[in-house]
Design a protein around this ligand. Structure first.
Ligand SMILES: [Zn+2]
Length: 426
């Protein structure tokens, strides 16, 4: 009995060392033997709790990230089926004004650059509530959304955006092509990183794309994650973390070529890759970024080995700030209830002992509690009522939007605090 307990409490690294056949790379199948960062045990970051759930236990999973020594894909093991993770998703894209604007600007640029017109067919994978396809539909272009979360897909259908409630992969791509629904443009924003079966997904892209078609995919750039210490963007729903180097190999393995790349400011620094069937030559921006990644040594395991220490340092800085604020009798609340906030708060062990509550504009989250930390989520008006001394911005990528919307906290000398890349009082 005593032995059993000891076994359960043995550290993860020790457990792992006992297994020769540990996890393998989801792209190249090499064995994963190198940790990138260990964020301890964490619940699924989108598993918000209803009041009735507070009396129950929650599943926690190891949040350990590996780097593949062969292809340098940074990745998590899959602990939960995507079904369970994504079937009732609480994130509705349309609740972020800056994200809807991002989608509008993208649509305009794509229509102009590639001459898209009503003869073309645009398919978006992980189309959420139709926040993006609505802009193509408004230009008379035929659209199809693919969205596995039934609750958000329903919101898209209400906006007259045809939406299939399914996971995308080779099987769905073949069925769509058989139905004559091949794509001139496939859009995938923040989906590639969320795909556990990476090769099945990319093969699906190849199949669905018409011969002259174009794919654009957006995902956070690993180089920025590392440079700017964005460890909170690591969570179980987010399986892969790509450098251009890694994603280029993945595409090439499926006969696809990256012919252009843009570096975007979204989500703390993302890449938007432009992909086609092999034919176009790689543009200057691809070669430029490839060269910069090379100087940043993205193909050197040493580069990945130092990240974990940086993360621990950030945890201590955040706790130092919170402890000092509480010792001075100040009140601290959160703003936002994003997935990344849940990684940050769970990793740092910050609960209602430090943060009274958080707020979120999405009514789907209001009245619920953050997973693990069980911090209550209220309507943003709550901040005006309780006049806290500090507002910790959890979706730090939206800092500008939030400080503008919530500027009235200055009326009572309230201050905004941003946790990443390091704690800063604004
Ligand atoms: Zn690999």
């Amino acid at each position: 009995m005593l032995n059993d307990i000891e076994n359960v409490q043995e550290p993860l690294t020790a457990q792992r060392a006992r297994f020769d056949d540990g996890p393998s790379c989801r792209f190249c199948d090499a064995q994963l033997r190198h940790d990138f960062v260990d964020l301890g045990m964490s619940p699924l970051s989108n598993s918000y709790l209803k009041p009735a759930d507070l009396a129950r236990m929650e599943p926690f999973y190891p949040l350990v990230v590996f780097v593949c020594e062969r292809c340098f894909l940074v990745q998590l093991e899959e602990f939960e089926s995507p079904d369970r993770i994504f079937s009732d998703y609480a994130y509705f894209s349309s609740f972020s004004e800056s994200w809807v604007e991002h989608a509008r600007a993208y649509t305009q640029m794509m229509v102009e650059r590639f001459g898209l017109d009503p003869n073309h067919h645009v398919v978006e994978i992980a189309s959420n509530d139709g926040y993006l396809l609505q802009h193509f539909a408004a230009k008379g272009i035929a659209v199809l959304g693919i969205e596995p979360a039934a609750n958000v897909a329903e919101a898209a259908v209400k906006k007259n955006i045809p939406t299939r409630v399914e996971f995308f992969g080779e099987s769905l791509a073949r069925r769509l092509v058989a139905e004559g629904a091949g794509a001139d443009l496939i859009v995938g924003n923040n989906v590639l990183a969320h795909v556990p079966k990476l090769n099945d997904f990319v093969e699906g892209l190849r199949i669905l794309l018409k011969p002259d078609g174009i794919i654009t995919l957006e995902f956070p750039h690993l180089m920025r994650l590392m440079e700017e210490n964005q460890f909170d963007t690591i969570y179980h729903e987010h399986f892969s973390y790509f450098s251009l180097h890694a994603v280029r190999q993945v595409m090439a393995a499926h006969g696809l070529e990256i012919f252009d790349v843009e570096e975007l400011s979204t989500h703390g620094g993302s890449l938007r890759i432009y992909v086609s069937h092999q034919a176009r030559s790689a543009g200057a921006r691809v070669e430029d970024l490839a060269a910069r990644e090379k100087s940043a040594a993205v193909t050197d395991l040493e580069t990945y080995a130092t990240f974990g220490e940086k993360v621990k340092h950030t945890k201590r800085k955040l706790l130092q700030f919170l402890i000092a604020a509480k010792n001075e009798g100040k009140s601290v609340v959160g703003y936002g209830a994003p997935a990344k906030g849940n990684t940050l708060l769970n990793y740092c062990g910050v609960r209602t002992d430090f943060i009274d509550y958080t707020v979120d504009r999405s009514p789907h989250k209001q009245g619920q509690f953050l997973p693990g930390t069980r911090i209550p989520i209220h309507h943003p008006d709550r901040i005006r009522q309780t006049k806290p001394d500090y507002v910790l911005i959890l979706p730090w990528n939206l800092t500008q939007e939030i400080t503008e919307q919530m500027g009235h906290i200055r009326d009572w000398n309230g201050r905004f605090v941003v946790p990443i890349p390091e704690v800063k009082v604004l």
